[in-house]
Design a protein around this ligand. Sequence first.
Ligand code: ADP
Ligand code: MG
Length: 253
Amino acid sequence: MPPMTTTIAVVNQKGGVGKTTTVASLGAALTEKKQRVLLVDLDPQGGLTFSLGIDPEDVDVTVGAVLLGTSKTEDAIVVTDDGMHLLPSNITVTQAEEALVSRTGREQRLRVALTKVADEYDWILIDCPPTLGVMTVGALSAAQQVLIPLQAETLSHRGVGQLLDTIHDVKQFVNSELHVLGVLPTMFDGRTRHAQAVITAIQETYELPIIEPAIPKTIRFAEAPAFGRSILGTSRTHKGAEAYRQVAASLLA
Ligand code: ADP
Ligand code: MG
């Protein structure tokens, strides 16, 4: 029987490429389609936690406590205004991350923690920090699929080779099931021929599938976190929200 839960790690060691926005928006789009969704914030900056209306400073039990084994997974999960479940993060996760480095099974801990609640969810989306450290490797070890958001601009694909090397290592040594779903172009400006050329170059250089549609560049994404809602909650008919709905539909198909 195929697994009932699909776990996707959203990964790119470059910051500011749209990882957090993708996790929040795809999660909201899947929730609209009556899917049960758990989001995991692995970034000590707590950007996902914040953008879904929860002040990271008010979070008592983080994903860090779960990874260190001082909290059960279900005790750390909170429900957002958008109706999604979230394993939150805040700055204390930095200490958890440091402590994990000398702990046994550090790369397996997220997988084990998520397995305990997986029955409750159709989708688990993991937001990674902008590094290839223990958190990101843990996410790749827990996931079946990897989604790589990439800003369609000059040289923004520097580092993709290193990311693919990490994915390859995880596949070989830890998680042979891992599958690269593809690159999701974000902040895409369709008016420039250049953006399209970058996407083609990535496809040819790395032989990676490109997930469609590309997510358009729009100021609405920057505004949504201020309301503590994803763009789908604040802007029902926006083209950015619509693009994420289409990506969600293709995940369901
Ligand atoms: P990451 O998690 O990779 O660091 P974020 O999702 O936090 O990236 O996005 C970085 C910044 O870019 C945020 O201010 C966000 O609101 C903005 N942003 C994300 N996606 C888009 C988009 N499609 N168009 C315009 N701005 C975007
Ligand atoms: Mg982020």
